[in-house]
Ligand binder design. Structure first.
Ligand code: ADP
Ligand code: MG
Length: 305
């Protein structure tokens, strides 16, 4: 292995270990631990998130501790905490139990629910509940997001694509240019003035007892168009054409017009592209180790053209 990578790896592990020790000895967190008689904690390993998530075992209750990365500006961390709290109060998410003054630590009630899967949505009643919850989430006041600027999915996907460009992958420049002119020029320009969860995907919607869907992980929350979440939902839960129309029908309370269907499809495409660009970026960051996977993603992109 390249010596530089080895050194970087060792430094990374040291920073991680130090960070973890410092984290759990934070005085504010310590007082939460003693007030709630936390006896053990376990890291929940997840994908490429920049936050740490722990399951806390208390004498009486289980909790989830989320440590929000300090690279996020304070206003953004506040928005994440405020929306988590709001969702908890509205029955759309787990109850927020505690957060520190710097909005670095946030503790929620542990949900015994499991992740919602695409298959679950074959149940029409459950489908209806999920859409109703998403609609309700979009009614949250923008005051929870003070100081957070709109960040539409379209812009996010473009930014991801540009990041991938910097890796100078074979063919990518050309593919990206064609994708941009075909899909990003004018499609999906809608009003960007709604609270958007902005990370609707499998893993971020849990199904609780009595088939109650709840939204977790408001880490990307932003101001945008409802179509961002609707499109992400359609993409990540693999909705078919019938389900797409039903989604809009339930969301708007009436049959969708052709323009609305086009908006949904455009945003679904942004979600798909954003996901695949993100994947390619992670592959690149892992020092080109997985060339095969990257080529698969290129084929995926080419399939759009
Ligand atoms: N309140 C909760 N109750 C139960 N499990 C949770 C809760 N919050 C998060 N999790 C679990 O931890 C995983 C990661 O949490 P999440 O908030 O989505 O963080 P990340 O930003 O790493 O995706 C979730 O997919 C879920 O399985
Ligand atoms: Mg998540």
């Amino acid at each position: 292995m390249d010596r530089h990578w080895l050194v970087a790896g060792i430094i990374g592990v040291l920073i991680w270990a130090f960070d973890l020790r410092a984290t759990m000895t934070d005085p504010a967190l310590q007082s939460f631990f003693s007030a709630h008689q936390i006896t053990a904690y376990k890291k929940i390993s997840v994908g490429d998130s920049c936050d740490f998530v722990y399951k806390l075992v208390g004498k009486k209750n289980l909790f989830i501790l989320k440590i929000l990365n300090l690279r996020r500006p304070l206003q953004k961390r506040k928005a994440v905490v405020h929306m988590t709290a709001w969702a908890g109060r509205e029955g759309l998410g787990p109850e927020l139990v505690w957060h520190d003054k710097t909005y670095h630590y946030m503790v929620m009630a542990f949900s015994k629910g499991r992740c919602l899967r695409a298959d679950d949505l074959k149940n029409p009643l459950l489908f209806e509940k999920v859409v109703a919850s998403m609609r309700k989430a979009h009614t949250a006041s923008l005051s929870h997001l003070e100081g957070v600027f709109p960040y539409p999915l379209k812009v996010r996907a473009l930014r991801r694509g540009k990041e991938v460009m910097s890796y100078a992958l074979q063919n990518f420049r050309q593919i990206f240019r064609r994708l941009k002119s075909r899909f990003f020029k004018d499609s999906g320009d809608v009003n960007y003035n709604t609270v958007s969860h902005a990370d609707i995907k499998v893993g971020n919607i849990l199904l609780e007892e009595a088939a109650r869907p709840i939204f977790i992980d408001w880490g990307e929350v932003t101001v945008s168009s409802p179509y961002d979440d609707l499109g992400s939902f359609a993409h990540h839960f693999e909705l078919d054409t019938y389900q797409e129309k039903r989604l809009l029908n339930l969301y708007f309370g009436r049959g969708p017009c052709a323009e609305e269907i086009n908006h949904l499809r455009a945003h679904r495409r942004f979600a798909a592209l954003n996901e695949v660009f993100w994947k390619i970026r992670v592959f690149c960051e892992k020092s080109n180790q997985n060339i095969i996977e990257m080529n698969k993603s290129m084929d995926f992109l080419q399939g759009f053209l």
